[in-house]
Write a protein that binds this ligand. Sequence first.
Ligand code: GDP
Ligand code: MG
Length: 160
Amino acid sequence: SLSTPLERTLLKVIVLGAAGVGKTSLITRATIGADFFTKELHIDGKLVSLQIWDTAGQERFESLGPAFFKGADCCVLVFDVNTGIEDPSKFPFVVIRNKIDLDGGAGREVAEKRAKEWCELIKLGPSGSRGVLHFETSAKEGSNVDDAFLNIAKSALSRE
Ligand code: GDP
Ligand code: MG
């Protein structure tokens, strides 16, 4: 009925990646608030709120502290297609290949191939048989950012 409130699900999404790959740009592009990085989506009749945690200048997992990871439903690792991949974490995660607006050459194909291989590798680890999704985006132009975050939300929801 009309008076039935939407069920709300709060999901915590943490975003990792080397400095300069475009983490803050992607989050800013995907969200509305400047103070709290939250994004609201409607998925299968549910209202889903993503609470997105950025990292700044903390490239090592050890330096982030336990509070950052506590209660996380999804981990996003961002890398610049023009520079390559950092070491994978042991989290189940979504890979975003950002700055595709800059990449005109063979580097983009190489990045896609490496991302696929990497996702296969990670799939065999602690994240089990759950698929590792990967997307290519441009935070600058907004390409594919909404689609990436919709799938990030779905991937985080699938843990429930
Ligand atoms: P962070 O350190 O990972 O948070 O990276 P930032 O979001 O601060 O971005 C680093 C630089 O890359 C900034 O100068 C951004 O404007 C630029 N940048 C981020 N995303 C893109 C993108 O998709 N395309 C291009 N061309 N530049 C980008
Ligand atoms: Mg940043």
